[in-house]
Write a new protein. Structure first.
Length: 424
């Protein structure tokens, strides 16, 4: 694609979200949009509808106890499909439903750059600022060479000691102190901007430092800033950085059920001594962290996409900056070109930009996808950590929306990026 074509796509990309809504299963009235390939604007592919192929596939997995959670498909602001399966809290007999919040693990990563770009938009920081401009106590080479841009585009060149996955935290203050101290153990192991952080804890420590810059500039905790200025502005009423206390008591938060050696599943939050066996988070238990990960409902993730398009969370030029491709990256799971962006990886797929972010840990599988030009969004949130089944659902979701055939590429592993959202 030449540069003019890319700019044209960029101009159209967010405009697709500002278009009118459409009744599920029908083309836009009077538009003459029923095409033989069922791919024109305003057309709802049959496989996305209630009772369609995607709906039937997820229901079959749930009936076999191979999926527990929520799936949601939306088109230009209107829900096309919303289904909930399984239990949010077995002990109390609370079922999953669309207003239950799920731990996103690394799928919560796209929210931190929004906070940073809000500060850029207000003139309180610059993307070219070195981290030493705002924080003390970091290694000299990090303070002088790593910029805010490097932190949020995933090219900081840093590493740090692995976080303590066995430690049980018991207060916000304890978590905050740990993160402050841990970030100051970071070292520079490659040239900032020269490539991926790609180190054991590089993404995590970059996110921790970026969050601490938000705190230093705003004078409030990162968690409180996000609640008011990101989740609040986007109308994400069920989303927050919940504490373990809330996780145990609030009936609107799903408990993660970790697979065990005998094939059973245990409630991670009520069994802090147990570990996950999942490929997504081996030897982890997300309940040990008192606070740290984003919790979100499926409708809230769709609300965020639309708040991004209408200038609610970021002015339009900064929203374009947030989702715009910065540098080439590896191809995505379907073999299409991928690029680095502040929002996370973006892909050129069938002539349109697609954003996807996944995450997983013990008893957690999460993914949300935004088709930035066509106005589609797909969300899959689960409180199981069965990786194979989750990957199959994501493949079926993509097929339902785009009509692309399912390729024999194996399971799709949600991104295991240990950002601030997946540390304590």
């Amino acid at each position: 694609m030449d540069s003019d074509s890319v700019r044209g796509v960029e101009r159209r990309r967010l405009l697709g979200w500002g278009a009118g809504v459409v009744a599920a299963g029908m083309p836009l009235a009077g538009a003459g949009l029923v095409h033989a390939d069922a791919s024109g604007p305003g057309w709802i592919p049959p496989d996305t509808l209630p009772g369609g192929a995607y709906d039937r596939f997820v229901a079959k997995l749930a009936a076999q106890d191979r999926f527990s959670g929520v799936v949601l498909l939306s088109y230009r602001g209107r829900t096309v499909l919303s289904r909930s399966y399984g239990m949010a809290d077995r002990e109390r007999g609370i079922r999953n439903h669309e207003n239950v919040a799920f731990n996103l693990s690394s799928a919560g990563g796209p929210f931190l750059p929004v906070a940073v770009l809000q500060l850029v938009q207000r003139g309180e920081v610059k993307l070219s600022d070195t981290v030493g401009t705002h924080l003390d106590g970091l290694a000299t080479d990090i303070a002088e060479q790593v910029t805010i841009h490097h932190l949020i585009v995933g090219m900081s060149g840093m590493d740090a000691p692995p976080p303590d996955l066995q430690r049980v935290f018991n207060s916000r203050e304890e978590v905050h102190e740990y993160n402050q101290r841990w970030a100051r153990q970071a070292t520079l192991v490659s040239v900032p901007g020269a490539g991926s952080s790609g180190h054991t804890a590089g993404g995590a420590v970059a996110s921790a430092i970026a969050a601490q810059i938000v705190e230093a500039v705003t004078g409030t905790t990162y968690w409180d800033y996000m609640r008011e200025h990101v989740f609040g502005r986007a109308g994400m009423r069920g989303s927050a950085y919940y504490t373990r206390t809330q996780w145990l008591t609030d009936e609107h938060i799903a408990h993660p059920y970790m697979r065990q050696p005998d094939g059973s599943r245990v409630d991670a939050v009520r069994n802090l001594d147990k570990d996950s066996l999942s490929q997504q988070g081996p030897n982890e238990n997300p309940g040990r962290g008192f606070i740290g990960n984003v919790f979100a409902t499926a409708p809230d993730l769709a609300r965020f996409a639309h708040a991004l398009s209408d200038g609610t969370v970021l002015d339009r030029p900064y929203a374009d900056l947030y989702t715009g491709a910065k540098l080439p990256g590896p191809g995505d799971r379907l073999g299409t070109p991928a690029f680095r962006a502040y929002v996370g990886p973006v892909h050129l797929r069938d002539g349109q930009w697609v954003f996807n972010r996944g995450g997983g840990s013990g008893g957690i599988s999460a993914s949300w996808t935004i088709y930035l030009d066509s106005g589609w969004a797909g969300v899959v949130l689960s409180n199981y950590d069965d990786l194979q089944e989750f990957g199959e659902i994501l493949q079926r979701q993509d097929q339902a929306i785009t009509g692309r055939p399912i390729l024999p590429i194996g399971p799709y592993p949600p991104a295991k990026v240990n950002g601030m959202e997946s540390t304590r």
